[in-house]
Design a protein. Structure first.
Length: 318
């Protein structure tokens, strides 16, 4: 992966030069091509030696708002030193790259501003809990009616896929920090909860939409619902949801107005580490290579793989 610094790109060169100013005292430096050079022997950064780096390691260098220089290796913080400070606002986004061993110099080709998978997906989930759209695709009203959504009490309802996405990223304490006082399985029998917003996080399937419509129109469980699909919902499913809501409302517009927003959240993957993710498709290899597999099953698997990869790319870009 390459930062793409060229002599024709003065802004990128200036960024590398700025970073060099604060790394050169540790014998680390970034050349004009965007390569980070780390001498294998005798080089240290804020008291941490680079001798343990090996090919394939994922290295990140970042500098938060306070100007503290941090180095992460494979997602774990190795060094944080205030003596290597970068001016506030410079390189607030991390630099990422993979180790390449060449002779006596360890080189890392860097990409600027690329968040790791766990950080990016966690940020998307937090936007969801804050009842905001972020950069996702909103299919509802405009501004959020709640001005303090992050601290207001709310209920989280998720299906099996949504639960598996959230589990490695947000623990119970984090959910409570963002106002979630109750979290429930979509498939379970649930009691009515009034006067609080309810966040749905689920796959865009007909079965899940049927449950949502039943909650809003038949059971009238919640007053205000924010629907977040793990991946992009098709136009056919949206039309099906709208038609079902109209049919079951039976002239009662209040049922339809319970749905405050519908968002494609693009989180159809499980972030296992900063650089590893799963599409959560167990036994898919044996299914695709079975003699009994149907064309419809193959098409469904391919669609899910494409949606998962698209979700990962969209999430990183956010």
């Amino acid at each position: 992966i390459h930062i793409g610094v060229t002599p024709d790109d003065p802004k990128a060169l200036a960024k590398s030069a700025n970073l060099n100013t604060h790394l050169e005292e540790h014998s680390w430096w970034v050349d004009a091509s965007g390569w980070l050079h780390i001498p294998d022997e005798g080089a240290s950064l804020c008291g941490w030696s680079s001798g343990d780096l090996k090919a394939g390691d994922l290295v990140a260098i970042t500098c938060p708002e306070d100007g503290t220089l941090c180095v992460y290796v494979n997602g774990r913080r190795k060094v944080q030193g205030r003596e290597a400070r970068i001016p506030s606002g410079k390189h607030s986004k991390p630099l990422y790259g993979f180790i390449a061993l060449t002779g006596n110099v360890t080189e890392v080709s860097l990409v600027e501003g690329m968040l790791n998978l766990q950080e990016a997906e966690r940020a998307s989930l937090i936007r969801m809990l804050n009842l905001s759209v972020g950069t996702g695709d909103a299919r509802g009203r405009g501004a959020d009616p709640l001005s303090e959504a992050s601290t207001q009490w709310k209920v989280l309802v998720y299906d099996k896929s949504g639960k598996e996405v959230i589990a490695p990223l947000l623990e119970i304490g984090a959910l409570r920090h963002h106002g979630v006082t109750l979290y429930l399985q979509l498939e379970d029998n649930r009691q009515a909860v009034s006067n609080v917003p309810v966040v749905y996080f689920m796959d865009p399937t007909k079965e899940n939409i049927d449950r949502l419509v039943a909650d809003c129109c038949d059971k009238k469980l919640y007053d205000q619902v924010y629907v977040n699909f793990t991946s992009r919902v098709s136009d056919d499913l949206l039309k099906y949801m709208a038609g079902s809501m109209l049919e079951k409302s039976k002239g009662n517009p209040r049922n339809i107005s319970r749905v405050a927003k519908v968002v494609d959240r693009y989180c159809a993957f499980v972030a296992l580490s900063p650089s590893t993710f799963s599409l959560n498709m167990p036994r898919v290899y044996s299914q695709l290579h079975s003699r009994k597999v149907t064309d419809a099953a193959i098409e469904g698997c391919v669609d899910r793989i494409v949606n998962g990869l698209l979700s990962m790319l969209v999430t990183i870009r956010q």
